[in-house]
Design a protein around this ligand. Structure first.
Ligand SMILES: [Fe+2]
Length: 270
């Protein structure tokens, strides 16, 4: 059994070098969960798990979200493989998964099956660290604010001049009001932003959008971000409750394929 963990950057990310048997056995599951909580992103370079191994390993970490084929969702722009592929175009914007869920997914586990020659790299931003570095008085002011998240906000910058029919579908998703600062059970706090953040409750809409944009720029500054350049076989786990993520745009024809499993959320946003 081998298991070597080393930090990638000061404020985000740990690389873990291990083997299939160690992951499958679950003996390191508690340690992996703890590292995920502390470091936000875990990278297993070229671990090359099969689908079955990915599913088995994911189950050692928590309950799996029902999605795709027996819990394994294929992230591709090919709608013949994944009918919801069109929505993935919005993932070029910083976001967290499941803004409308009462209890957003705990974490996602992504393995690279085919990379794109152009684009397709993934970036992650640590919103715990971004919150921690804010001046104390700013933290105080922000803790009072609530943000309205909408589906339209996640899509309108990607599909400019969207036909009315498309906009109608976006509007059919109910908006979700969330606190700007999430106080987790652990006592740690993170900023809840992303492309779904549309406006600030009780604030002039344009003013709220400026505030959201400003905080988003703050959160995604270099020191809080890890950019992963994929090699086939890499596996990355990210804490969906504290990290934002986005993918660089890549061509429809690239054949890029990632296999994702997702851990069920464990705590409501408060
Ligand atoms: Fe995502």
């Amino acid at each position: 059994m081998s298991f070597i963990a080393s930090d990638i950057a000061a404020r985000i990310g740990t690389k873990i070098e291990t083997d299939h048997a160690t992951l499958a056995g679950g003996s390191k599951a508690a340690e992996i969960r703890e590292l995920l909580e502390l470091r936000g992103i875990l990278l297993f370079p070229k671990i090359s798990l099969t689908d079955e191994e990915q599913l088995g390993f994911s189950c050692t970490l928590g309950a799996l979200v029902e999605q795709g084929d027996k819990g394994l969702y294929k992230v591709t722009l090919d709608s013949k493989i994944t009918p919801t592929a069109e929505y993935l175009r919005g993932t070029v914007l910083w976001h967290f998964d499941g803004f409308s869920d009462d209890v957003p997914a705990r974490a996602s586990i992504l393995t690279a099956r085919k990379t794109s020659d152009i684009g397709g790299q993934t970036e992650f931003a640590n919103t715990y660290a971004a919150y921690d570095d804010l001046p104390e008085e700013r933290k105080q002011t922000l803790s009072e604010l609530r943000v309205v998240h909408t589906m339209a906000a996640t899509q309108r910058d990607v599909f400019q001049n969207a036909p009315a029919e498309m906009q109608k579908i976006w509007e059919s998703y109910p908006p979700k009001v969330q606190p700007l600062v999430w106080t987790h059970r652990s006592g740690r706090k993170s900023l809840l932003l992303g492309s779904s953040a549309d406006w600030v409750e009780g604030m002039d809409k344009a003013e709220g959008q400026v505030l959201i944009a400003e905080l988003q720029t703050w959160t995604t500054q270099r020191k809080f971000v890890y950019r992963h350049e994929w090699t086939v076989g890499d596996m990355v786990i990210w804490d969906n409750t504290g990290m934002l993520h986005r993918v660089e745009a890549y061509p429809d024809t690239s054949g890029r394929m990632m296999h994702r499993t997702t851990l069920v959320g464990e705590e409501p946003i408060k």
